[in-house]
Design a protein. Structure first.
Length: 226
């Protein structure tokens, strides 16, 4: 006799696995699906109706089951067998789940899919296989701290990317793997004078003097480091 999640009830899964009893079991808890030898279509559909994450316990799900489960709960994407993954299923999950890209194979990571994921969560750039400059720019424009090497490799930290990152958050300076160009330092300082913590005094004052010249209503000599 095997105890199930039915509370005080028990089902003898060795002798009696009638479809009716199994359906009742999975309606009470989809975890019971693991104990069912003959997972009929009717039993599986009953489990998925109760909880789409029952997909995890279905041994041989159909494409329709996978598609329906992911449409209801995007987290079910991680339970879809690789051979049943399709572009449509991947597209339906992206934009709702914050870490979905880690479960999408390279062949399904289209530019549009990646853009959609990054616009939902900029740190998804970490799981993008083909980190093109336009995708990296999309990420740092949303959150400059995405420039960290954990998410964006040093080779992707182009001047253009660095500029957009510090425009969004000047603290992105701390995560640039190479020596920032003057253009990058200029944009960072334009964003926040707190860059004086990072930039040498002489260079900082040179930048501020130029900012005073170009934006006299916003900057003044009081901003210079004495």
């Amino acid at each position: 006799m095997i105890k199930t999640d039915l509370g005080d009830e028990e089902i003898n899964f060795f002798e009696d696995q009638s479809e009716k009893a199994c359906i009742e079991a999975v309606r009470k808890s989809v975890h019971n699906l693991r104990l069912i030898r003959n997972q009929t279509d009717k039993i599986c559909r009953a489990a998925l109706k109760s909880d789409p994450r029952a997909l995890e316990y279905i041994r041989n799900p159909t494409p329709t089951m996978c598609k329906s489960a992911v449409r209801i709960d995007e987290h079910c994407l991680q339970f879809v067998p690789k051979e049943l993954l399709t572009q449509e299923i991947c597209n339906s999950a992206v934009g709702r789940w914050l870490e979905v890209m880690s479960h999408i194979p390279r062949e399904f990571q289209t530019r549009q899919l990646c853009l959609k994921a990054i616009r939902k969560n900029s740190f998804e750039i970490w799981h993008v296989y083909n980190k093109t400059e336009d995708l990296v720019l999309e990420a740092v424009k949303k959150n400059g701290l995405c420039i960290q090497s954990k998410y964006i490799w040093e080779k992707n930290q182009t001047e253009r990317v660095c500029i957009e990152a510090v425009k969004q958050n000047w603290r992105a300076l701390y995560y640039i793997e190479h020596e920032p160009s003057r253009a990058v330092l200029y944009e960072a300082t334009k964003n926040s004078l707190d860059t004086k913590e990072f930039i040498p005094k002489t260079l900082f004052n040179w930048i501020v003097k130029d900012l005073i010249k170009n934006y006299p209503d916003k900057y003044s000599e009081k901003d210079l480091i004495s």
